[in-house]
Design a protein around this ligand. Structure first.
Ligand SMILES: NC(=O)c1ccc[n+]([C@@H]2O[C@H](COP(=O)([O-])OP(=O)(O)OC[C@H]3O[C@@H](n4cnc5c(N)ncnc54)[C@H](OP(=O)(O)O)[C@@H]3O)[C@@H](O)[C@H]2O)c1
Length: 334
């Protein structure tokens, strides 16, 4: 039986003090659903980079507070006004624009338009889907995109930002496919993550940030997966091999940078963007199956950290105050 006692995570942001606060606030089960809406009992959610920015009051992500953050969710349908879903279906949502301007997923129950939901493939658990979440899906999609564009065999690969969840999952999948990429990480990154992946060379973000910028350097990498953007992207593009590709996924170091065009028209290199939000729901099972082939549940149990829903405000408070929090991608259990 489903309890009617339920809560949602609410973030408030004090614009004057520039400080967020977090609490769990009671919500009521909706009596009516809008056309095409589905009511989902949450089992798992997670906290992505974008969710954290929303929790910290980043105006580029969320402008109106109080706000309910969260972009990932896995659970069971308890009521449906959508012909694609029925009570009891195991469903998930991720990589949609939820939790930014639209109410997010970190709540005991979520009322959501069916177009933003997918069915969880039968051989995958709700927990697995959320341990991967947006980061794991994007990793799988980015590698599939690279495979569409270039023959990966014998290629030299670089992951810039291999210490983000998405970068780590890209490394895990590539390892399982037989590749040992070069990686760029933060010098202060703790070794827990690195122990779990194989890499051929380790480079540091800080060294790239400090070096002088030459538009073209010795050709070193055929394929680059870039999670960092900002000032590092132009510098790594300089090392791209003739006809190489750079898959632009993230912007941890900023969205703006000054790029030379020489890698493109002197080396025939390509810069390819990834936007997993726009990836069609009906094609997503193929990406999940690809990821499942390469990342096991056991891999995820050592790379992720579970927190119970009731503990989420304390966890966020600790991150806000830059206190030590457990390493690894965080997923939430309801
Ligand atoms: N294109 C798409 O469709 C798509 C989909 C998913 C994610 N993304 C993007 O991919 C990026 C990674 O997302 P995520 O959810 O995987 O991130 P995440 O696990 O939440 O990690 C992000 C955090 O990692 C730290 N960090 C890691 N490596 C770093 C480095 N080398 N230099 C500086 N800081 C570093 C920073 O935190 P500290 O400063 O606290 O250490 C940063 O806040 C983000 O830019 C995100 O927006 C894009």
């Amino acid at each position: 039986m489903i309890s009617t006692m339920m809560n949602e995570l609410i973030v408030s942001f004090d614009k004057k003090k520039k400080k967020s606060s977090f609490c769990l606030s009671p919500i009521n089960l909706p009596t009516e659903l809008l056309p095409d809406e589905v009511l989902v009992k949450s089992h798992y959610s997670s906290i992505n980079y974008k969710d954290m920015l929303s929790c910290l009051g980043d105006p580029a992500i969320t402008r109106k507070y109080p706000h309910r953050p969260g972009s990932d969710l896995a659970g069971i349908v308890i009521k449906s006004n959508n012909s694609n879903f029925k009570t009891g279906d195991a469903v998930y949502t991720c990589t949609f624009p939820l939790g930014t301007t639209i109410r997010g997923t970190i709540a005991d129950f979520v009322q959501i338009d069916g177009s933003l939901l997918g069915k969880i493939p039968q051989d995958i658990s709700a927990k697995y889907v959320m341990q991967l979440g947006t980061a794991g899906f994007t990793a799988g999609y980015s590698i599939q995109k690279a495979l569409e564009l270039i023959e990966l065999r014998h290629k030299r690969i670089l992951i810039s930002g291999a210490d983000t969840s998405t970068g780590l999952y890209i490394a895990l999948i590539l390892n399982s496919m037989g590749f040992t990429p070069s990686i760029i990480i933060k010098r202060s990154t703790s070794h827990w993550a690195l122990d779990r992946i194989s890499y051929s060379e380790i480079l540091y973000t800080e060294d790239f940030a400090e070096t002088n910028y030459f538009a073209l350097q010795r050709e070193r990498f055929d394929v680059i997966f870039d999670l960092l953007g900002g000032s590092v992207l132009p510098k790594i593009l300089a090392f791209i091999h003739s006809h190489g590709i750079c898959i632009s996924i993230g912007n941890i170091l900023g969205s703006n940078c000054h790029i030379s065009l020489l890698p493109f028209f002197q080396r025939g290199a390509s810069l390819v963007g990834i936007n997993s939000e726009s990836y069609p729901v009906e094609k997503r099972p193929v990406v999940w199956a690809f990821v499942k082939e390469h990342i096991t549940e056991k891999d995820l149990d050592t790379l992720t950290y579970k927190i119970d829903f009731v503990d989420v405000p304390v966890y966020l408070e600790r991150r806000l105050n830059k206190q030590v929090v457990p390493s690894g991608r965080v997923f939430i259990r309801f």
